[in-house]
Design a protein around this ligand. Sequence first.
Ligand code: FMN
Length: 305
Amino acid sequence: MSQVKFLNLKLKNPTVLASGILGLTASSMKRVVEFGGAGAVTTKSFNIEWRKGHKNPSILPFRHGLLNAVGLSNPGIDEMVKEIRLFRRQCDAPIFASVFGRTIDEFAEVTRLTVEAEPDLIEVNISCPNVHSEFGQPFGNSCEDTAKITEIVKKNAGDIPVSIKLGPHGPGVARLARVCEEHGADAITAINTVGPGMLIDIEVRKPILSNKTGGVSGPAILPIAVKSVYEVYKAVNIPIIGTGGVTVPEDAVQMILAGATLIGIGTGVYYQGIDVFKKIEQGVREYLDRHGFKSIEEIRGGAHE
Ligand SMILES: Cc1cc2nc3c(=O)[nH]c(=O)nc-3n(C[C@H](O)[C@H](O)[C@H](O)COP(=O)(O)O)c2cc1C
């Protein structure tokens, strides 16, 4: 009953591992599907070259979520192509490859090389808020850059569908989503982490993260994510991977009512364990049964009526 159609794919349920959490190796992503119950997985964002990322501490739990400045650490395209291929051989759940670039040309190049791994979708991370010191403002804060990247990634992605990952900042998520749709995006992923934010150690009297600031995720951002998905749903006709703050089934139902087709879960894995996907899928199913709905499609976007 929780089966869901997303573009040309059929997922056994609408939950997806969000980028950045357990998404570096085929074996960890396989565990997320087999033990965790995820309907699909997204890799950690990668670029052409290996990247060390920021020094520790780079992930900080607080009462309402996580603050992270991992800094896009990843082993680079060659390793990630191997891991994606391995996952595809061992697991039949869809895999989404998350890519980023430091320049617009790098987005083109990393996409071209990623196609060789034949992922089911290429997710384009233009909205990471914690690499500001090296990359400047995220490309996703500008409509012009968002248009250029969407166009160039689509040109290089061949038949593989493309989702652009947006944040709630800059000119506004609805406007950005419209730009993505106009330039050929097949889907929107909303949202990335929020901020950046900061937490201070009151004994040492200094920011705790080595990078000082980081992106906020988890329950603290659920209302921002739900509102973003609601606005994107109104603005475009392409499907949405609703991500941000989902840790329990009721959060996922809100995302679907706002208009999400798939539900991305990242920080929820820290809060609820690897089987958070199973728990959420089951809870959404129970919600549908309780209210007499036969499928998720019947409630998608329901908050707009
Ligand atoms: C530790 C950590 C690392 C992340 N790394 C990435 C990344 O590499 N690429 C990306 O697009 N998003 C990354 N994200 C953002 C998540 O994919 C997600 O959009 C965000 O955390 C909101 O969802 P959540 O509240 O379910 O975690 C990361 C998040 C966390 C907590």
